[in-house]
Ligand binder design. Structure first.
Ligand code: IPD
Length: 279
């Protein structure tokens, strides 16, 4: 019932805030400048793993029967009714460079998050620990944004303009082949848009659509931990978040926007994907 979902949301918020404090407080101030690239990347990986270990131990202490899936090593079985899907640092490149757009994402999901189309988020939180912005939601209870110690404010998706006036977020994978394909898609999509932002954290980008600071979002290659909590925030705000041709959001492609814009964006991305050919 709603009490259980509200409790899952409360727990997601609590652990996301705690992990957010860890990654900010223990980030070496000189991470991007004085370290060689490889040392810097190692530091980020260590912080990723530490934050995930913290999330896993807090969640397992509070709800020992639940499953756990994270970006880093150390998942558990997912036979349980609820699985926690976490990204300890979404936006690791921003974290490396000290750009204040990275997030901790924590979602409680039902179904198997490793099987596309076979799961959905029911509660979650996305926190930017630098700005103090916290997005949170549980199924059926709306989407909320809290800034610092302020009150949570309800998010309602706007009536987005047509695609020609829409500001779209997107992102690129780490693999060169994938990037070449994404560049071909971008060539096809960009002329239809007001402009593109590549902010660097999928979770924050999708929440930004819910909050109206982006009009829409699309990306190929996201993992469940990048999108699980933000998917719920966007849909609870009244937005639509799908794959192509009505599929569930998955690694192949996700498209998120207000209901007034979603079909137009989906059609443009679908045509761009056809034009781009195989990866
Ligand atoms: C990445 C970010 C980025 C997106 C990539 C993701 P990570 O997540 O969300 O914005 O474009 O596809 O992999 O690696 O920083 O957790």
């Amino acid at each position: 019932g709603d009490d259980v979902l509200a409790e899952l949301e409360r727990l997601a918020v609590e652990v996301a805030l705690e992990a957010g404090r860890l990654i900010v407080d223990d980030r070496p101030a000189d991470l991007g400048v004085s370290k060689t690239k490889s040392t810097a990347t190692d530091v980020v990986t260590v912080m990723d793993q530490r934050a995930q270990d913290l999330l896993r131990s807090r969640l397992q202490a509070a709800r020992p029967g639940d499953g756990f899936l994270g970006e880093e090593e150390g998942g558990t079985d997912r036979e349980s009714e609820i699985t926690w899907v976490v990204d300890p640092i979404d936006g690791t490149v921003n974290y490396l460079y000290g750009i204040p757009s990275y997030a901790v994402s924590v979602a409680a999901v039902v179904g198997d998050p490793t099987t596309p189309g076979a799961w959905r988020p029911v509660a979650g939180a996305v926190v930017n620990p630098v700005t103090g912005e916290l997005f949170h939601a549980h199924l059926g209870a709306g989407a909320w944004l809290r800034r610092g110690d302020g009150p949570s404010q309800s998010l309602t998706i706007g009536t987005a303009p047509g695609l020609g006036h829409a500001l779209a977020g997107t992102g690129f994978g780490y693999d060169t082949r994938r990037r070449l394909w994404q560049a071909r898609v971008l060539v096809e999509v960009l002329p239809h848009l007001r402009d593109i932002r590549r902010i660097g954290s999928a979770a924050l980008d999708i929440c930004a659509v819910a909050a109206g600071s982006l009009d829409c979002y699309f990306e190929r290659g996201l993992n469940p931990w990048d999108l699980a909590a933000a998917w719920l925030v966007l849909t609870e705000a009244g937005g639509e978040f799908t794959g192509l041709e009505g599929a569930a959001p998955d690694q192949w492609m996700v498209v998120g926007a207000a209901p007034t814009l979603h079909a137009e964006l989906e059609a443009v991305v679908r045509r761009a994907v056809q034009a781009a050919g195989d990866e």
